[in-house]
Design a protein around this ligand. Structure first.
Ligand SMILES: [Mn+2]
Length: 320
């Protein structure tokens, strides 16, 4: 049985993220199309997608930094239709779980969401953590939708697969990051043969003996921190337990991002940091206040200015 594993976080969206200057909308579909063609070419029997299929679950009012205007963010019917058409091209079966972006207000119910339309259309099937989907009698596929508990394996003799929207990391994404699963420990402590995880937009895989974890990251370079991100697919063969990685063709980041805008933003951040430092230095200077009179009094006291001279100063300041 051959499994196509596309990037974990597709985040299909109508509009390009900040600093992208290319035809972002169509590139999402070109890339997804590449994955599906690849799966068909290699005769993959199924595709496993690990959540955050769409960037939004419902309409949202958003302030656009570029145009400085409020705009409604929504996934249109056309985009959903386009996605269904594309997925129906895949000759195998598609399975997925819901990510936090797919869930309405982070509720587990998918009522009235774009992902629910995909599930209802039948082009893709939602996995869950209680009843595995059994394929070829031996392959059991479990799902962990966002915020679900880790499933309990029912048939330990089977080939068990977990598709999960859960933060699995190789290295911390930021210093204070607390809620995550370490890839190596997560793979070792759970008895799944294959884990396909999503949520972390970085791309990596981890192997422990005969067990494999794939977190392929985002489909698109969604922000300036992802200039070097290389989206890819993996094809895994359950018989041989071998995998092959395929890079999805991309354009150089200098062509898809406005490097000038990114640099300007970085400089602005540095300026803001400087202002913040200056402000903090004022706060730390314990005796200095915003009131000139108070500062003067402190100065006169600290420098032991005589009463005669202080009185002259206060008189001229109109305070005595
Ligand atoms: Mn995501």
């Amino acid at each position: 049985m051959k499994i196509l594993i596309p990037p974990s976080d597709l985040h299909i969206d109508e509009k390009a993220p900040l600093h992208r200057i290319d035809d972002y909308y169509n590139k999402q579909f070109t890339k997804l199309n590449y994955c599906i063609d690849l799966g068909n070419k290699h005769k993959c029997d199924m595709m496993l997608q690990s959540g955050d299929f769409f960037n939004f679950s419902h309409d949202r009012v958003n302030y656009d930094l570029k145009s400085k205007k409020f705009q409604i963010k929504r996934i249109t019917f056309e985009t959903i239709a386009k996605t269904i058409k594309l997925l129906s091209k895949f000759k195998g079966k598609c399975f997925s779980v819901a990510g936090n972006h797919d869930q309405r207000n982070r509720m587990t119910s998918l009522e009235n969401t774009p992902l629910k339309v995909l599930y209802s259309s039948g082009v893709i099937t939602q996995l869950n953590n209680t009843d595995p989907i059994i394929i070829d009698r031996n392959i059991n596929i479990y799902g962990m939708n966002y915020n679900d508990e880790i499933p309990i394996i029912k048939n330990s003799d089977s080939f068990n697969i977990l598709v999960a929207h859960i933060m699995v990391i190789k290295d911390k994404l930021w210093k204070q990051q607390e809620e995550y699963e370490n890839a190596s420990i997560f793979l070792r402590k759970n008895k799944f043969d294959v884990i396909v995880s999503g949520d972390n937009h970085q791309s990596f895989d981890h192997h422990y003996g005969n067990k494999h974890l794939f977190n392929l990251g985002s489909l698109m370079r969604m922000n300036s921190k992802q200039l070097d991100h290389k989206p890819r697919c993996v094809i895994f063969d359950t018989k041989t337990r071998e995998c092959e990685s395929f890079d999805i063709p991309i354009d150089p980041s200098s062509e898809v991002f406005s490097i000038q805008e990114i640099e300007d933003e970085r400089n602005k951040k540095i300026d803001n940091e400087k202002i913040k430092d200056y402000y903090n230095s004022l706060l730390n200077e314990d005796k200095t206040t915003i009131k000139f009179e108070d500062n003067m009094e402190t100065y006169l006291e600290e420098n032991k200015i005589s009463k005669v001279h202080s009185d002259i100063i206060y008189k001229n300041m109109g305070l005595r």
